[in-house]
Design a protein around this ligand. Structure first.
Ligand code: 5AD
Ligand code: FES
Length: 345
């Protein structure tokens, strides 16, 4: 094993220069994948956790330059699921073995705190053995606390980039990296299991930016880390920028696994979108979670954060079966356990 990968495996105290070398060179890739696989097996064996994703609204008040459901995209066909529809997704998901429901949506003021709390507490009542994950963006600490008290116990909010200058190039002026950070630390303080993360290959991203992302995560110590390649979308100001690369995304997954051996790291839909076996490769590089879609098929294609998103025509059961086969072909096995983070082994 090369000195640098060995150092990463052992003490995790790499200098910025060493991280730069690892991120910007392809010569360590095979070593990184196998070291990352060893680390994930030490904590999680060959287990891959499944999370049922319910994309319940594609209305969004924000206007992020990279995202297909930005408020400025007047061509997007908008939809909202009712509480009953969301509960139906949970029912179907539970029967398919899901024990985590991820409610994800744009920042949609239609869902007041009261309504979110009502939805969360009904899911909590119906499925006391399940984890409820929210991914609904930036809110006040009081709102986060209210959702938590209603029964939500995990929250996903990618920081997107930990460099405020870069953050400003990806978002309009009314959004700030400071508020994003504030949200993440509030969520942690309240007691959520917190997931953060970023896009790989987003416009203007430099290797230094990626190092800042890793440093930020070392400070936050999230339970979950979601990364995926940036993928272009025609109806955004970034239409002309090319998508992020598979190799770099896999390399960063491996580095994350070695820096955060305990973490829950999904092999994302975006990774499966840029390469037919992207999710299998993500698992082999150290990811240990997959997130099949539980949203009703009639709305799937409208949750279009980026172009050519996969899984928009398949029923929940089909995605579940498809992923089962894919996970097995990569040498792992899906488990239906609730899958909390393992901080100690
Ligand atoms: N390509 C890839 N990922 C995207 N996201 C949003 N837009 C895109 C895109 N064009 C990611 C963001 C967000 C998550 C829900 O989806 O990182 O946090
Ligand atoms: Fe949805 Fe393969 S996971 S079709």
């Amino acid at each position: 094993m090369s000195d640098i990968v060995e150092k990463l495996c052992k003490n995790k105290n790499l200098s910025d220069e060493e991280l730069f070398e690892l991120i910007s060179s392809d010569k360590y890739d095979e070593e990184l994948y196998s070291a990352a696989d060893k680390a994930r097996r030490r904590f999680y064996g060959d287990k891959v956790y499944i999370r049922g994703l319910i994309e319940f609204t594609n209305y969004c008040k924000n206007n992020c330059y990279y995202c297909g459901i930005r408020s400025g995209n007047k061509n997007a066909v908008r939809y909202r699921l009712t509480k009953e529809e969301i509960l139906d997704c949970c029912k179907e998901g539970y029967a398919l073995g899901f024990r985590t429901f991820v409610l994800q949506g744009g920042e949609d003021p239609y869902y007041t705190d009261e309504l979110i709390c009502e939805i969360v507490s009904e899911i909590r009542k119906g499925y006391p053995d399940c984890a409820i994950t929210l991914s609904i963006g930036e809110k006040s600490k009081d709102s986060y606390l209210a959702y938590f008290k209603a029964g939500a116990n995990r929250y996903l909010l990618r920081h997107e980039t930990a460099d405020s200058g870069h953050y400003g190039k990806l978002h309009p002026k009314d959004m700030s990296y400071d508020n994003r950070r504030r949200c993440l630390y509030d969520l942690k303080e309240i007691g959520y299991q917190v997931g953060s993360g970023f896009m790989v290959g987003s416009p203007f991203q430099t290797t230094e930016n990626l190092i800042s992302d890793l440093r930020f995560l070392q400070d936050l110590k999230p339970d979950m880390i979601g990364i995926g390649p940036y993928i272009t979308h025609e109806q955004t100001p970034f239409a002309k920028y090319k998508s992020g690369a598979l190799e770099l995304t896999l390399r960063i997954i491996s580095i994350l696994r070695l820096l955060f051996p305990y973490a829950l790291i999904p092999s994302t839909t975006a990774l499966g979108t840029i390469h037919p076996n992207g999710r299998e490769l993500g698992l082999k590089a150290g990811a240990n979670v997959v997130m099949p879609n539980l949203s009703p098929v009639k709305v799937r294609k409208f949750y279009e954060l980026y172009e050519n998103k996969i899984c928009t025509g398949e029923e929940a059961a089909q995605c579940r079966g498809c992923l089962e086969r894919r996970v097995e072909s990569a040498g792992y096995r899906i488990v239906t356990a609730v899958g909390d983070v393992k901080k100690n082994i």
